[in-house]
Design a protein around this ligand. Structure first.
Ligand SMILES: NC(=O)c1ccc[n+]([C@@H]2O[C@H](COP(=O)([O-])OP(=O)(O)OC[C@H]3O[C@@H](n4cnc5c(N)ncnc54)[C@H](O)[C@@H]3O)[C@@H](O)[C@H]2O)c1
Length: 251
């Protein structure tokens, strides 16, 4: 088991990639704090982990709020000890529309959850990791932080910001044996992409064609990347964006 005896905190653990990662981390021996703004969905993830004999607890936290971020870290420390692994995964797609059409509220909300939320998670977990002698932080960015996606200006800006935060975090905290990396997924089959299909922006075939492999990814493929970054298998990797996009960005 790659995470035996480790404590992992996951945001957005009630759905999609967060849930898949929580299940995989628990199977690999980690005790998992499953946090989400939707407490019921976090509780369902925990139920599945416990049914497999793993250790986990659910906690409601809105990552865009400083007091929630602080509380989720404190609850993790209380239940399982300081986090060895932080997976800053929670995010929203936000409203669609070209950038001149976006509302100020919509723009701010995407930045608050997708970018400030990542910073807040790091801000509150880092002091515990420093005291604990190290850790691994994994942030969920996106290929939207690397290339332009029409209709997603705020989302692209937030995800580019996550890549920048990752680099700065790695540079500042490497001396404390803390590694900070991010994952840049392409199109992955989760409720987020199902919502995009339902809203009519794209259909399934179009999404699949974005990848040179001709299919969308599955949440487990991101979970396995997160496991690599959480474990000692990636011991010399820090500050890096890991592109897991089925080749979307090579063409
Ligand atoms: N699915 C994709 O194709 C794709 C591609 C690239 C990046 N991403 C990113 O991956 C991450 C996970 O997305 P997913 O596809 O699993 O989506 P999802 O919608 O299935 O899951 C996101 C989870 O985050 C939670 N959440 C939303 N706002 C929150 C908040 N303020 N505080 C705490 N939790 C909150 C939701 O309740 C949900 O459980 C997101 O950061 C997303 O931007 C997704």
């Amino acid at each position: 088991m790659k995470l035996a005896g480790k404590t992992a905190l996951i945001t957005g653990g009630g759905s999609g990639m967060g849930r898949a990662t929580a299940l995989l981390f628990a199977r690999e021996g980690a005790s998992v704090a499953v946090t989400d703004i939707n407490e019921a969905s976090a509780a369902q993830t925990v139920q599945r982990i416990k049914a497999e004999g793993g250790h986990a607890f659910a906690f409601r936290a809105d990552v865009s709020r400083g007091e929630d971020a602080e509380a989720m870290v404190a609850a993790t420390v209380k239940n399982f000890g300081p986090p060895d692994v932080l997976f800053n995964n929670a995010g929203i797609e936000g409203e669609g529309g070209f950038l001149a059409q976006l509302s100020e509220e919509g723009f701010d909300r995407v930045i608050a959850i997708n970018l400030r939320g990542v910073w807040l998670g790091m801000k509150h977990a880092l002091p515990h990791m420093i005291r604990n002698g190290g850790g691994s932080i994994i942030n969920t960015a996106s290929i939207a932080g690397l290339v332009a996606i029409r209709g997603s200006a705020a989302y692209c800006a937030a995800k580019a910001g996550v890549i920048a935060l990752t680099r700065v975090g790695a540079a500042e905290y490497g001396r404390y044996n803390i590694r900070v990396n991010c994952i840049c997924p392409g199109a992955i089959d989760t409720p987020m992409v199902e919502r995009l299909h339902a809203s009519g922006g794209m259909n399934q075939q179009q999404t699949a064609r974005l990848s040179v492999l001709g299919r969308v990814g599955v949440a487990q493929e991101i979970a396995r990347t997160a496991l690599f970054l959480a474990s000692d298998d990636s011991s010399f990797a820090t500050g890096a964006p890991f592109i897991i996009d089925g080749g979307w960005t090579v063409t």
